[in-house]
Design a binder for this molecule. Structure first.
Ligand SMILES: Cc1cc2nc3c(=O)[nH]c(=O)nc-3n(C[C@H](O)[C@H](O)[C@H](O)COP(=O)(O)OP(=O)(O)OC[C@H]3O[C@@H](n4cnc5c(N)ncnc54)[C@H](O)[C@@H]3O)c2cc1C
Length: 445
């Protein structure tokens, strides 16, 4: 027994079987067994944890639901994992302010449902929304299909309650869209992957729920038409709320081994488009869309009912899980390329002959390039397998990660490809906010 067992209001897990569940997330990264897993339920518990970690020199690894894809919640040697699933609090919607507040422990699905019960909407929709925590989605600045039109989590966050290295819980920001009192610490915490502090709750902005949706399944006879699709749509003044794609290899795998709904998917490659503007289901709008799509419109299928729409999105949401089950050693990337450079990206990827398949968020150039067996590689070998992909994206004006973050998985590549001034500034901020490395030391930078 050590002092961790004497923490107030805290469940402490020590059994190796229980700890084993915390050695990994949904990325390829696996860490050692943590020293312990703690599940705090009060500010007194957090205070004691921070002071203990600070004086004994170990790090606290925040963890939501462990659905991350960058190894950010994977422990390092001797770390204590702080599982926030027991953190108390409830979800509250304020209809007058169009805001919602929730604890980090809430499921993102419950946050979205609470807004929808009031005919309101919280747009961030990582495909993991049925299985990730609100806190984790904030800490990773999660994106998703809707980011194409509605941006990422960051855009919706108004204020954040966070445990900082002084052991106290602080509120950064107010629950209002207008606030301009200097640099915004709430926004510093969003997407910080737990390296500056631990998010305990937040308030976010809501908007009225869209009343109409037009969902289009667009099979393409020629996969080479895919990369030009965003330019066709945006060039015609159309703004999809989502524009997703599956390349030929992923589509074939889904068709052969996927769920029933995917078995009938036509085409050599496939896109999934959604519009949610008022009037998007009108015949005028559909005609305009078909003109913009040109020859590609020939096989377009319009999903008109809610059930049809949901079935299509279910296939999109389970694509990552499906591939992981089929290829447990896959390494999943989430690189970004500006939309205008997508044609060049795909043709140069072909020339690189990298053994990869891809799907993802075509509408904002955020591509899930998956190397199906690269998890068998380690250290430098894995880094060099991925380097041509990263180098290409950066050369084209893109970046290493559009939504999963850096964590441990992309730390080396991040350090290699980031302006040293930026890395120095981030390290200086870490030193100022968390001088003893209490929070998620060794991650990101
Ligand atoms: C099938 C599938 C689909 C996915 N699709 C998407 C997608 O479309 N878009 C997307 O952005 N991501 C996606 N992801 C990745 C992941 O689900 C999201 O990043 C999610 O937001 C992580 O939430 P979590 O609760 O599981 O966090 P965890 O995995 O537990 O943690 C993620 C990171 O945040 C830190 N963290 C967690 N909670 C806190 C907290 N309260 N305070 C401070 N730091 C914290 C952790 O230390 C870690 O660095 C997907 C994952 C899966 C498995």
């Amino acid at each position: 027994m050590d002092w961790l067992d004497a923490l107030p209001d805290t469940r402490v897990l020590r059994a190796p079987d229980a700890l084993h569940d915390y050695t990994h997330d949904e990325s390829h990264v696996v860490g050692p067994l943590p020293r312990a897993v703690v599940k705090p339920r009060s500010a007194a518990a957090l205070r004691a944890l921070v002071h203990g970690a600070s004086s004994e020199g170990f790090t606290l690894v925040p963890r939501g639901a462990g659905s991350g894809k960058a190894g950010g919640c994977v422990p390092s040697e001797g770390a204590v994992v702080v599982d926030l699933s027991d953190w108390p609090g409830s979800i509250a919607v304020n209809r007058d302010d169009l805001t919602l507040s929730a604890p980090a422990s809430a499921w993102l699905r419950d946050v979205r449902a609470a807004a929808e019960r009031e005919s309101l909407w919280y747009p961030p929709d990582p495909n993991s929304w049925p299985l990730c925590s609100f806190g984790g989605s904030l800490a990773t600045n999660a994106g998703g299909p809707n980011a194409c039109k509605y941006g990422m989590t960051r855009r919706w966050v108004l204020s954040v309650d966070a445990l900082m290295a002084d052991g106290e819980v602080h509120r950064f920001g107010i629950g209002s869209v207008k606030q301009n009192t200097g640099p915004n610490l709430a926004q510093l915490l969003v997407g910080s992957e737990g390296v500056f502090g631990m998010i305990l709750g937040a308030s976010v902005a809501l908007i009225p729920q869209p009343r109409e949706h037009l969902t289009v399944l667009l099979p393409l006879d020629d996969a080479a038409l895919l990369p030009a699709l965003p330019a066709r749509l945006f060039g015609a003044g159309l703004m999809p709320s989502a524009l997703e794609f599956w390349d030929a290899a992923v589509l074939n795998d889904l068709r052969t081994h996927g769920p029933d709904a995917a078995r009938r998917f036509p085409g050599e490659a496939l896109a999934l488009l959604e519009f949610d503007d008022a009037g998007c289901t009108s015949s005028e709008f559909i005609e305009r869309l078909m003109v913009a799509l040109g020859d590609a419109a020939a096989h377009a299928e319009l999903a008109t009912g809610a059930g049809q729409r949901e079935a299509l999105w279910n296939v999109r949401r389970m694509t990552s899980v499906h591939l992981k089950q089929r290829f447990p050693k896959k390494v999943s990337e989430d690189v970004v390329v500006p939309r205008s450079r997508l044609p060049e990206f795909f043709s140069r990827m072909k020339a690189l002959a990298m053994p990869s398949v891809s799907y993802g968020h075509l509408g904002d150039g955020n591509l899930h390039v998956n190397l199906l067996h690269a998890g068998e590689l380690e250290g430098a070998a894995l880094e060099s397998a991925l380097e041509p992909l990263f180098a290409l994206c950066i050369e084209l004006g893109g970046t290493l990660s559009g939504e999963h973050g850096i964590g441990l998985a992309k730390r080396e590549a991040f350090l290699r490809h980031t302006d040293p001034y930026t890395v120095g500034a981030l390290r200086a901020m870490k030193k100022a906010l968390d001088p003893n490395g209490v929070f998620n030391a060794g991650k990101v930078f």
